[in-house]
Design a protein. Structure first.
Lengths: 112, 114
């Protein structure tokens, strides 16, 4: 079945370090891909998305490129801040249906 | 816009009791989703509605769980009887289109069943 796999956390970085959180997916069709972020005690918020191959989603300094050949959608940021500390979820969604399939989440902790 | 509203934010109950979680989606959104989040299983979709009609309830764990959407501005998720393994954070989300757009999540209800 369809699934999303993320790198395990927690990921601990110093402020201004480069961030990569790996995400790969298994799907039979051509899903849209998303990154959601969950801050402590809150619900999930959409961070960025890409709807077709080679699309790049970006927001708040975060970027991810939809790579169909490697079935990946890795999240990157050039310089993280303490305020980026949160749990990040990769997800896929088929346009024909309403189901978001989430990865297990990766906790990011940024130290000053 | 107030966003998706869920109540209560926290619920502590005893095993065997009935629990009702409530959700008010964003006005004008056509789709509504109920998720459960636990450490062991991560985020799971329980059920989703489109135009108040349940479309997919394959994620509902068992008959103790039921969900309704009597109108476009209100949904409930009921657990009867509740069990300790139901302890989790339950999220409601809504989206503007037929499930093909961004989903906006509520703050969640943290349920503890003793």
């Amino acid at each position: 079945g369809d699934s999303v796999t993320q790198m395990e956390g927690p990921v601990t970085l110093s402020e201004e370090a480069f961030l990569t959180i790996n995400c790969t997916y298994t799907a039979t069709g051509y899903p849209s891909l998303f990154w959601y972020v969950q801050y402590p005690g809150e619900g999930l918020q959409l961070l960025l998305k890409a709807t077709k191959a080679d699309d790049k989603g970006s927001n708040k300094g975060f970027e991810a490129t939809y790579r169909k050949e490697t079935t990946s959608f890795h999240l990157e940021k050039g310089s993280v801040q303490v305020s980026d500390s949160a749990v990040y979820f990769c997800a896929l969604l088929y346009n024909q249906g309403g189901k978001l399939i989430f990865g297990q989440g990766t906790e990011l902790s940024v130290k000053p | 816009d107030a966003g998706v509203i869920q109540s209560p934010r926290h619920e502590v109950t005893e095993m065997g009791q009935e629990v009702t979680l409530r959700c008010k989606p964003i006005s004008g959104h056509n789709s509504l989703f109920w998720y459960r989040q636990t450490m062991m299983r991560g985020l799971e979709l329980l059920i989703y509605f489109n135009n108040n009609v349940p479309i997919d309830d394959s994620g509902m764990p068992e008959d103790r769980f039921s969900a309704k959407m009597p109108n476009a501005s209100f949904s409930t998720l009921k657990i009867q009887p509740s069990e300790p393994r139901d302890s989790a954070v339950y999220f409601c989300a809504s989206s503007p289109g037929q499930g093909i757009d961004e989903q906006f999540f509520g703050p969640g209800t943290r349920l503890t069943v003793l």
